[in-house]
Write a protein that binds this ligand. Structure first.
Ligand SMILES: [Zn+2]
Length: 500
């Protein structure tokens, strides 16, 4: 009986190829291996590595800047406002940010005492990776623990590996996508962004793409994914004549077109990522040894950028863990919505159109009914006012109504009690401390309206104002007939029979 043994995936031995006879990986443990040929770049699946400390320094946190932080596509793990240890190792599997790929996070374990130290970020300083390590306890003691030559194990840990696997999935997918856009559609990638998980990443291209173009690139990419095209890296020493970032053409937004080395890179290594038969691209990032697991999903439309002078557009894409997260969250949104609408997911758009349509009709009907109601109430008020006038007092009436109208003033504006001064008050159904009661005073005599408005402000704390025949305001809180209602009656009484 044959037994199949499944081994965890490992990076093939020919993944990392030194293509120059003059370049070799430094073996002297006192030397820090330059960025470009770090262990994480030679073997992207390595999760842990034994190595030694080359140097360590205590660095005080920079003074806190008040100004707004620059908008960055990727949120790097934040650094605490306390001293940090900057540690250079002989070699590392914690990738320092670069090439559009963000920093890894991980841990350093000191062999001498087994103590574990958190690596918050790694950055490239010139040509070398520097680990930003959180200081535990006394800073000097921490610094002494990281003496030159000390043995350490550098690890990604679960969190660091998941983060890296996601970054690699998106980065290698971007190479595949950009290569196909260029070779199939002659569309160059101007820039790309490895956004913070789990948002879709995007490439910026000089023009928008049609749904058909996007679909054709997606199916071509997934055909290559199905074939499981291999990826490998070729490195050689740097040609000193290669242009730097500040020497190549730039777009209006200041982004470099094409590939150039960062201005401050001093590592001396040139690195090309090769997807078999598809692409060769200079890059310092960590890349998966194969695209076999990178099912690529392109959002089926491009987003035009609002910069007036360009036609640049963004094409968003997903692959690997992000694609699964995206599918899960999209599925949840759709099932919640279809359960609310009591219909199957495919009927959702139709059902939403129906509900929106019904709401519009209902709103129109409410508007018409409010108009009719206002007319009816106005007639009643005019009759009241007429009977007041016949008994000799000046006619002022108060109308009070409980109503949850979303546009109370709109409703109240339907009243036209010409020649009569009227108080209107709308109270919401639910009464609590922050309930908004709407008050409107209208009338034929501007002076009386102003007098009434002033009294509402003074006696009831109504916030509002008005001009001419109309005064409106808001009363916040619970309106009680015995309290606010009585106050209104007093105000009306004072206007009708001014106190001596
Ligand atoms: Zn790259």
């Amino acid at each position: 009986m044959a037994t199949a043994i499944l081994l965890p995936p490992a990076t093939p031995h020919d993944y990392h190829r030194i293509v120059s006879p003059n370049l070799s990986i430094p073996v002297d443990p006192k030397i820090s291996i330059p960025v470009g040929i770090l262990a994480c770049q030679r073997d992207p699946l390595l999760k842990s590595l034994d190595t030694t400390v080359v140097s360590a320094t205590i660095v005080q946190p920079p003074p806190v800047e008040k100004k707004k932080p620059a908008k960055k596509a990727v949120a790097a793990p934040s650094l605490p406002a306390e001293p940090l240890l900057h540690v250079q190792l002989h070699d590392t599997i914690i990738f320092p940010e670069g090439g559009g790929q963000p920093t890894d996070v991980g841990t350093l374990t000191l062999k001498a005492d087994g103590s574990v130290w958190e690596v918050l970020q790694a950055k490239r300083h010139g040509g070398h990776a520097v680990h930003y390590v959180r200081v535990k306890g006394d800073a000097d003691a921490a610094w002494r623990a990281f003496a030159t030559g000390a043995d350490v194990t550098v690890s990604l840990g679960n969190e660091g590996w998941e983060r890296r696997y996601d970054n690699m999935s998106m980065h290698t997918s971007q190479h595949l996508l950009s290569a196909l856009l260029e070779t199939r559609l002659d569309v160059l990638t101007l820039s790309w962004s490895l956004t913070t998980y789990p948002s879709p990443c995007y490439v910026e291209v000089p023009r928008g793409l049609s749904v058909e173009e996007i679909a054709s690139i997606q199916s071509e990419a997934n055909r290559l994914v199905f074939e499981g095209r291999r990826v490998h890296v070729e490195v050689e020493e740097l040609d000193p004549t290669q242009p730097r970032g500040n020497e190549v053409a730039k777009t209006e937004s200041g982004r470099a077109i094409g590939k150039a080395l960062p201005d401050d890179y001093t590592g001396g290594v040139k690195r090309v990522i090769v997807i078999d038969g598809v692409d060769r691209n200079p890059c310092c990032g960590t890349h998966l040894p194969s695209i076999h697991n990178l099912q690529l999903f392109l959002l089926p439309h491009t987003e035009t950028l609002s910069r007036s002078s360009t036609t640049n557009a963004r094409l968003y894409f997903l692959a690997g863990p992000r694609l699964i997260t995206y599918l899960t969250s999209t599925h949840n949104v759709v099932s919640q919505a279809s359960s609310l609408m009591s219909c199957g997911a495919p009927l959702l758009p139709e059902r939403v159109v129906q509900v929106v349509d019904e709401r519009k009709k209902a709103e129109k009907r409410v508007g018409e009914l409010e108009g009719e109601l206002a007319e009816y109430i106005s007639k009643t008020l005019l009759a009241d006012a007429a009977s007041q006038a016949s008994s000799g007092t000046s006619s002022i009436v108060h109308y009070h109504r409980t109503d949850d109208s979303s546009n109370p003033l709109g409703f109240l504006s339907c009243f036209h009690p010409a020649h009569t001064s009227s108080f209107f008050h709308l109270r919401p159904q639910r009464k609590h401390r922050s309930s908004i009661n709407t008050v409107l005073v209208v009338g034929g005599d501007d002076k009386v309206v102003k007098q009434a408005g002033d009294a509402l402000k003074g006696k009831l704390g109504v916030k509002g104002g008005g001009k001419g025949p109309r005064w409106s305001g808001k009363f916040i809180g619970v309106w009680k007939a015995a309290r606010e209602g009585t106050a209104i009656a007093e105000i009306i009484g004072d206007i009708q029979n001014p106190p001596e």
